[in-house]
Design a binder for this molecule. Structure first.
Ligand code: ATP
Ligand code: MG
Length: 606
């Protein structure tokens, strides 16, 4: 009957010793209960859940001689470029493989040790039994107890081995960080495929409630295990790859508990061999799970959580890289998924470039994939119609530039710099993440007017940006004479003048200190009346002492600059190391110069 079946399933599930104890107790309770009782269902549900958790069942890893080669092939097949990231992932897999071998060796050694000591103990027991046989029936109860081998104290050597195993067991948790659509999720999937492990995605975006991760206590009506245990139940093995998607969007601590604290327990290799779900309420070993997390930015990840992960940074793609990704991966994928054959669609390079620059604005390739999908679908309609009306010979697989207008509509984005001409007080700055998450240029406009030294700031500027404008202004004011902006040393350049600083587009919030250099140059340009060419862009934080300090997002910024038609860029000296890592295309297309201080920077502008 029902109970027998449940019992069998529990046996098959190979529960951990703790879980087994609980299961036995609950089973006994269930047997005494009336099935009509509400409690009966709760109890049965619980036991069914226990039976579904993979306590020790694992899928065999494909960690053989071929693993690394296969993984490399898999990563290369699925992703273009990303050389540094692939290399890091392969290192990770190589270490994983070595550890697996190491763990097996330790296991073997422990087995040898325990076997040795058990044999000794069994001998001892037998002697004891003989004596006991002579004893009277009254003492039978005690005798049964004595018969069970007493819990053996693990020897010192064994403890050392266990400790060593725990050390080996600790595998770092990878965190892939980068703009949307740059291949984080699909890299994680490729790893799972290469290892031959089950894959499960856990979306952490918007998880506000600790109970979503850890489950509700069983006393709640309709209580359920949390995301982690549900995931284990779903994959049915104890060693899957879990993709923790969007850890940066995990909710902060609130009255529903602290979701990030729960994640901490999941991710910390020191603790996760005994993770407790509130519903299950028995420690579950998560140490065999391979966790890979993804995030769009590091800023919102709680520091303790970040500390437990090893970050791998992905950055946006250049137009050239996007073109390669499109021809090698996205187009073939769309063609097959729309029921066509490769020879049915021909997308020339210039058409593809047009789609990339005029119809998408992003760091990654997700929208590009969507647009290519639209083009391919429209070709599919054409092809199907031609087939139905027997006019196949007139069908042309070629997509032309003029087709794009009809298929995708009018161009959505135009290059900004072409319509600009130089005027004093306007400087081209760089942002790493504009709308659409890609690097781009931004104009800094400063105008002056009669007034009483007021500084007005518009364009939805954040506090840090506002302060950086103040720093720039103070520096210019204090060096006004040296800059030749005033005729005497104690003259105030702001006397009877007010200035207005604006950054279009006005509706988009902007923040960060990285426009400091651009602000300083714009102020000097305004006060001196000398324009700055719009094709010269600059980025860098400035200090009051006139130093230009390094900033982040160089690759994104320069990719955006190249697309916008920038010809020369001033970067902080401290970012020189980033220049070497820039794509060839960018280094060839833009003249990059590094400056250590404001004076040096001004010297390069004029
Ligand atoms: P998000 O942060 O929004 O979750 P993501 O980084 O996880 O983004 P994916 O879903 O992995 O993005 O990638 C989007 C699409 O782009 C996928 O179809 C993926 O295969 C493709 N893609 C991304 N990068 C590459 C690449 N280098 N080569 C081939 N395809 C790629
Ligand atoms: Mg993703």
């Amino acid at each position: 009957n029902e109970l027998e079946e449940l019992k069998k399933r529990l046996e098959a599930a190979q529960l951990s010793p703790e879980a087994d104890k609980v299961a036995q107790r609950e089973l006994q309770r269930l047997q005494r209960m009336n099935p009509a009782q509400a409690e009966y269902q709760v109890c049965r549900n619980y036991l069914e859940n226990l039976a579904e958790i993979p306590w020790s069942k694992v899928s065999e890893d494909r960690l053989d001689k071929e693993t690394l080669l296969r993984a490399k092939r898999q990563l290369d097949d699925d992703h273009y470029g990303l050389e540094k990231i692939k290399k890091r992932l392969l290192e990770y897999l190589a270490v994983l493989k070595l550890k697996e071998v190491g763990k097996k060796e330790i296991d073997e050694e422990i087995r040898r040790l325990t076997k040795g000591s058990e044999e000794k103990m069994e001998e001892g027991e037998k002697e004891g039994q003989k004596e006991e046989e002579k004893e009277t029936l009254v003492k039978k109860g005690e005798k049964l107890e004595q018969k069970k081998p007493p819990p053996r104290e693990p020897s010192e050597q064994e403890l050392r081995l266990l400790e060593k195993k725990r050390m080996v067991d600790k595998s770092p948790i990878l965190l892939l960080v980068g703009p949307p659509g740059t291949g984080k999720t699909s890299l994680a999937k490729s790893i799972a495929t290469a290892l031959g492990r089950k894959f499960h995605r856990i979306s952490l975006g918007g998880v506000r409630d600790e109970a979503e991760i850890r489950g509700h206590r069983r006393t709640y009506v309709a209580a359920m295990p949390g995301l982690i245990v549900s995931g284990l139940k779903k994959v049915g093995v104890a060693n899957p790859v879990f993709l923790l998607d969007e850890v940066d969007k995990l909710g902060m601590s609130n009255f529903h508990g602290d979701p990030s604290a729960a994640m901490l327990e999941v991710l910390d290799p020191e603790q996760n061999h005994s993770f407790t779900d509130h519903y299950v309420n028995i420690p579950i070993d998560l140490s065999k799970v391979l966790f890979i997390a993804t995030a769009n930015s590091l800023d919102t990840i709680p520091p303790p959580l970040l500390d437990r992960m090893e970050t791998i940074q992905l950055s946006g793609y250049t137009t050239l890289e996007k073109r390669h990704i499109a021809t090698r991966h996205l187009l073939p994928k769309q063609i097959t998924s729309n029921g066509l054959h490769p020879e049915n669609v021909e997308l020339p390079e210039e058409v593809l470039d047009k789609i990339i620059t005029a119809y998408t604005r992003e760091s990654g390739v997700r929208n590009l994939e969507r647009e290519i999908g639209s083009v391919v679908r429209s070709k599919a309609v054409e092809y199907a119609t031609a087939k139905d009306t027997d006019s196949l010979p007139t069908y042309s697989p070629l997509v032309t530039l003029s087709d794009l207008d009809t298929i995708l509509g009018i161009e959505r984005f135009t290059e900004e710099l072409t319509e600009q001409h130089a005027r004093p007080g306007v400087v081209t700055g760089l942002v790493a993440y504009s709308t659409g998450g890609q690097g781009s240029i931004l104009f800094i406009e400063i105008a002056d007017m009669p007034g009483s030294g007021r500084v007005q700031l518009t364009g939805k500027l954040g506090d840090v940006l506002k302060e950086s404008v103040e720093v720039a202004l103070s520096w210019v004011k204090s060096h006004a004479f040296a800059l030749g902006l005033t005729t005497t040393e104690d003259e105030d350049i702001m006397k009877n003048r007010s200035i207005h600083v604006h950054c279009p587009s006005g509706a988009i919030p902007k923040d960060g200190p990285s426009a400091g250099l651009a602000h300083t140059v714009a102020l000097v340009s305004l006060f001196s009346g000398q324009p700055v060419p719009p094709t010269l862009a600059m980025t860098g934080e400035v200090s009051l002492r006139g130093r230009v300090l390094p900033v982040g997002g160089i690759k994104e910024k320069l990719i955006g600059a190249l697309r916008a038609g920038v010809e020369r860029v001033l970067l902080p000296e401290g970012n020189r190391k980033d220049v070497q890592e820039l794509p060839e295309e960018v280094r060839r297309g833009i003249k990059i110069e590094c400056v250590g201080g404001i004076w040096e920077g001004l010297g390069m502008v004029w």
